[in-house]
Design a protein around this ligand. Structure first.
Ligand code: CTP
Ligand code: CA
Length: 234
């Protein structure tokens, strides 16, 4: 279990983790999805359990064994995930949004399988999904004081800024406490066992976590969470 298991610094805490990637259905058999495996979210759940927390995992289309001892709530779409995360967050000390949540969903879901019918391809109209993390941050005062809200962001950098600049702007926009910024592309991030990140804090902090396993990255992120939790043990 590693050294952290000997230090139950999340005992008595409820940690909610969203994991995986949402699916936005067009019809009963087709969806818009993403390639998030849920590995980082599940690693966070296992790490929190090893540190004594009660853990709820909101799992979007994850094909991995359940973390032993966690309550696992299975969801499909971003709307499902939002409802499950809001319900679990009502009495949580920490919410970690590790899931890849679709930004858009088809405006209409057909009741029956869409047929190609020999005609031209049909355009798919999209509408925006709610931003679950931003909603949680905007409604903090309705929930237990001191709840810590953590986001994940996979960035490539681009004309709008560097990976870190985009991360800073995202943290500020969402009003989260911590944002774990992953640089993706070239075999990094999705669908690989290893991960590296910079964790940005609303307090202006930036903590680099070197290329490591998803399990160790999870523990380092929880170290930063524990440092910021108020009250006994924090
Ligand atoms: N997130 C969320 N709800 C959404 C989209 C994202 O809660 N509808 C959360 C993710 O779980 C993650 C964080 O917000 O913790 C950042 O996700 P990301 O996709 O990087 O942010 P976006 O605001 O969607 O920005 P982008 O335009 O870069 O996709
Ligand atoms: Ca997004």
């Amino acid at each position: 279990l590693g050294p952290a298991a000997a230090r139950p610094d999340l005992a008595g805490r409820h940690v909610v983790v969203s994991a995986g990637g949402t699916r936005e259905h067009l019809d009963p058999v087709r969806f818009l999805g993403n390639s998030s495996s849920g590995r980082q979210g599940y690693a966070l759940a296992r790490a929190a359990l090893a540190r004594g927390a009660r853990v709820t995992v909101v799992a979007a289309n994850v094909a991995l064994p359940d973390p032993a001892g966690a309550t696992v709530v299975r969801v499909t779409s971003a709307l499902d995930l939002g409802a499950a995360v809001h319900a679990a967050a009502a009495e949580a000390d920490v919410v970690v949004m590790a899931a890849a949540v679709a930004d858009f969903r088809p405006a209409k879901r057909a009741d029956h399988k869409i047929k190609k019918a020999g005609g031209p391809p049909i355009p798919v109209e999209l509408e925006p999904n709610p931003d679950v993390l931003a909603e949680l941050c905007a409604t903090r005062e309705r929930r237990p004081a001191g709840q810590l809200l953590v986001g994940f962001a996979a960035e490539t950098g681009g004309p709008d800024g560097s990976v870190l600049e985009l991360g800073r702007a995202k943290l500020a926009r969402k009003r989260a406490d911590l944002l774990v910024v992953n640089e993706v592309g070239a075999g990094r991030g999705f669908e690989v066992e290893h991960n590296a990140a910079v964790v940005l804090g609303a307090d202006g902090s930036a903590t680099t976590i070197e290329h490591t396993t998803k399990d160790l990255l999870a523990h380092r992120v929880l170290d930063l969470v524990v440092d910021r939790l108020a009250g006994p043990g924090g």
